[in-house]
Design a protein around this ligand. Structure first.
Ligand code: AMP
Ligand code: GLY
Length: 421
């Protein structure tokens, strides 16, 4: 079949790479794509926000399946629109996507279904939020209610920082309309894991988990980012903890979706904080994580296309997932300055040479290809994934690959997979 993938990140590159292995995959298109994706998919120049143009493109190119990567297209109802127009689509509806697009919706869902999460209050008025802070215990977490690319969360050590966070989000509107309302939330200590489950109307199927590194710099210093690297598995996630996650979080979420008549079809990403061996939901996301997707797809032995099609057709119950049990690590190479401003159009060399190391697969994010050369074009630029029999070997090889890549304008964390291994 002809398939269209929407997105331009390393996540979408890894999805295309995985789809390519399916015997049912004839041709892949990716809009907008990037310098790496264009080696395995056609990346036409199309007005991506225009749903009608996407539909016309699908019809013209006999595309029968669309896979939506990033959340903003789901929030915009692209999945609903394509399905209404008879194009099979992977990615939840606009209504179901509120689990990610509205923190207040997600918190209410968690509370209604008795799923462990941080205590919280919701505010649409600056003065009321500030009044609430006067009787709060610190640290406390202030969050923009809407989408903010993982950056709309401010952890505040004291009253002064919390008042400033409210001003940043609600007054200065650092995250635009997403900051019209906020959530103020209890601070949870522990370590975080990203857990992924395919969900359709009648069934669900866990894909696995990875541990992400959200802060920009070594030792969890610096600002929050979309994710600077991750790894799977972790010795800290034992069978007992996985059972708790299944019983207290996943099963309750699935029955909550049924009870609240939310027809969820797609992958559901549980952002969990593990505190004293107990899981708490920090957030839901309605898509694959980035860089978690790049990492987990390297453990998948089953046909990804078959799983995604079954999810979209409510046939997940007929699918079994086969995985390899190697360790995988992903290190993100980002442009100096990310997650704030950074320069673009810088030449990156030796990517192919680095890819020759056994077990290495490199996925592109913010890159473009000009005259067969790769140039930087975004904040997160490359995802270096490495698969091996142990995490130590995988890590060593990932960093060997990074040392081969020649790019003076980039940086990466040197401590991926060391903490919480
Ligand atoms: P979110 O966008 O809600 O996933 O938050 C982004 C990041 O902020 C999370 O991955 C955590 O590292 C941190 N965070 C969010 N909520 C809390 C919380 N209640 N306690 C501690 N850390 C949090
Ligand atoms: N890596 C976290 C996310 O994709 O939201």
């Amino acid at each position: 079949m002809n398939i269209l993938v929407i997105g331009s990140g390393a996540r979408e590159h890894s999805i295309c790479w995985s789809l390519k292995k399916s015997s049912n995959c004839k041709k892949i298109f990716c809009i907008p794509g990037n310098g790496g994706i264009s080696d395995i998919a056609d990346c036409p120049n199309l007005e991506i926000k225009n749903k009608k143009k996407i539909l016309d493109f699908c019809k013209k190119n006999k595309i029968t399946f669309v896979i939506i990567g990033p959340e903003d297209f789901l929030a915009d109802g692209l999945s609903d629109y394509l399905i209404r127009n008879k194009i099979k689509t992977f990615g939840p509806s606009k209504k179901a996507s509120q689990l990610e697009t509205s923190k207040s919706f997600a918190k209410l869902f968690l509370k209604n279904n008795n799923i462990p999460t941080a205590e919280y209050s919701y505010f649409s008025s600056i003065s009321e939020a500030k009044r609430f802070l006067k009787k709060s215990i610190f640290p406390i977490v202030v969050k923009a209610n809407g989408l903010a690319s993982g950056k709309g969360v401010i952890i505040c050590k004291n009253l002064k920082e919390a008042n400033q966070a409210i001003d940043t989000i609600m007054k200065e509107k650092k995250f635009g309309e997403s900051g019209n309302e906020i959530i103020i939330e209890e601070f949870l200590d522990g370590f975080e894991i990203s857990y992924f489950v395919f969900v359709d109307k009648d069934s669900f199927l866990p894909l696995g988990y990875a541990l992400d590194h959200k802060k920009a710099f070594n030792n969890d210093k610096g600002p929050n980012t979309g994710g600077m690297g991750c790894f799977t598995p972790s010795k800290k996630v034992n069978k007992k903890l996985e059972k708790k996650i299944l019983d207290k979080v996943i099963n309750k979420t699935i029955s909550g979706l049924r009870k609240e008549k939310i027809d969820y079809r797609g992958i559901l990403f549980f952002g969990l904080m593990i505190n004293k061996n107990e899981p708490f939901v920090i957030e839901y996301n309605v898509r694959f994580g980035d860089p978690e997707c790049q990492t987990l797809l390297r453990t998948l032995e089953s046909d990804l296309l078959e799983i995604l099609l079954a999810t979209s057709s409510n046939q997940l119950s007929s699918i079994k997932i086969k995985k390899n049990y190697d360790s995988v690590i992903c290190v993100v190479l980002a442009a100096n300055g990310y997650p704030d401003s950074y320069e673009k159009n810088k030449l990156i060399e030796n990517i192919e040479k680095a890819e020759k190391i056994e077990g290495i697969e490199i996925f592109h994010a913010g890159t473009k290809k000009l005259s067969n050369k790769i140039f930087s074009e975004g904040g997160r630029v490359l995802s270096i994934t490495s698969k091996a029999k142990s995490l130590d070997i995988a890590r060593e090889k990932a960093y060997d690959a990074l040392r081969i890549i020649n790019w003076e304008d980039g940086f990466f964390r040197e401590d991926i997979g060391i903490k919480n291994y």
